[in-house]
Write a protein that binds this ligand. Structure first.
Ligand SMILES: Nc1nc2c(ncn2[C@@H]2O[C@H](COP(=O)(O)OP(=O)(O)OP(=O)(O)O)[C@@H](O)[C@H]2O)c(=O)[nH]1
Length: 329
């Protein structure tokens, strides 16, 4: 046994296509009882961070990285954040036993894992424990057909969680399992609803193996990263302090689901609705949409609506006009 190796801080890379259930799993990691302190790094694609507002309140260290994809433009930020974590820990300001990184749904996990091999300090202090890929069992098939990122996330996984099993039939699930096993026979497979899994199956499992990753991507340890996002996929965010009219929002969302659902990969937000003391959270993935009152606004919090749309061929002017139309009189 290599004792030095064992002292390294384990890192779990949480990946999965847009809306698969990564934040749901992260919340589970943060709320379930285990004796470990977790430092969390959340990366979002859009310029407005919604996930950080949906991550449960906890004492853990939660660091946000917005406005770019962790595997591309903000990889330098990831290195800086991890280095700062190490220094803060060594000076006794923070304590943590492991790191969990939630990547954007559009991230290729390989360069994120690569970061821990290319930077001297990080490779000395951290060890990638595993890449955990969450799958939306209902939508993944259509994503796999057109989005390279969805394929890379599966190919590179050590553990694959087939989530949202409540939304598919047994036959559909069996076909999906066949396809995924073909893509990555070595990964451990778990099945879940709302990411209810045994955390011991994904944390501290030491399954990340560089030699296997090199078989999948022989350039894994090379500096240059070639990930190109699909130019047609973009993200649009809106912020508005004036309260919104619930009925108008309802109508708008119904229209979007019907008319644009196919192109809307992910839409989510927090709404400030006229006459409601609680903030309203909405979540959408293609034609599946839900909106519900969440907690009351806190006193020190400015009431504000924040929405993010990620999709193909989004028309910003049109969406903005429709959004502004929802502002209450
Ligand atoms: N029906 C169903 N819904 C689920 C399940 N797991 C998560 N969801 C819902 O799916 C939506 C997306 O879940 P998130 O955890 O935000 O997904 P994510 O991967 O973090 O999404 P992005 O970070 O935006 O890519 C939310 O509305 C969840 O409540 C499940 O097993 N079944």
């Amino acid at each position: 046994m290599n004792f030095l190796q064992d002292k390294k801080i384990p890192v779990t890379i949480l990946t999965g296509y847009l809306g698969a259930g990564k934040t749901t799993l992260l919340n589970r990691i943060l709320t379930e009882k285990h004796s470990q302190r977790v430092a969390v790094i959340v990366n979002e694609y859009g310029e407005v961070g919604i996930d950080n507002q949906l991550v449960v309140n906890s004492d853990e260290e939660i660091l946000e990285m917005n406005n770019g994809c962790i595997c591309c433009t903000v990889r330098g930020d990831l290195i800086r954040i991890l280095r700062t974590l190490v220094f803060s820990m060594e000076e006794g300001h923070v304590k943590f036993d492991r790191v969990v990184i939630e990547t954007t749904g559009l991230a290729d996990p390989a360069p994120v894992a690569q970061t821990f091999f290319m930077d001297d300090l990080l490779s000395e202090k951290f060890q990638v424990d595993s890449i955990v890929t969450v799958i939306d069992s209902k939508h993944i098939t259509r994503h796999l057909d057109v989005h390279d990122e969805a394929q890379e996330q599966i190919a590179f996984a050590d553990v694959i969680i087939l989530n949202k099993t409540d939304l598919v039939s047994e036959d559909e699930l069996a076909v999906l399992v066949g396809r995924i096993t073909n893509m990555n026979p070595a990964a451990k497979r778990l099945y879940s609803k709302n990411c209810k899994i045994n955390l011991a199956d994904i944390l501290g499992i030491h399954t990340f193996d560089v030699s296997r990753k090199l078989e999948i991507d022989p350039h894994f340890l090379e500096e240059h990263h070639h990930h190109h996002h699909d130019d047609k996929v973009s993200s649009i965010a809106f912020r508005e302090e004036r309260p919104l009219d619930m009925n108008k929002v309802d109508q708008w969302m119904s229209y979007l689901v019907q008319e644009k659902g196919e192109d809307l990969l992910r839409y989510k937000g927090i709404l400030h609705i006229k006459g409601l003391e609680k903030r309203v959270v909405f979540q959408g993935i293609h034609m599946l949409f839900s909106g519900f009152p969440d907690r009351e606004w806190k006193e020190n919090e400015s009431k504000m609506s924040e929405l993010v749309f990620i999709g193909k061929d989004l028309n910003k002017e049109e969406l903005e006009r429709q959004f502004k139309n929802c502002i209450a009189n």
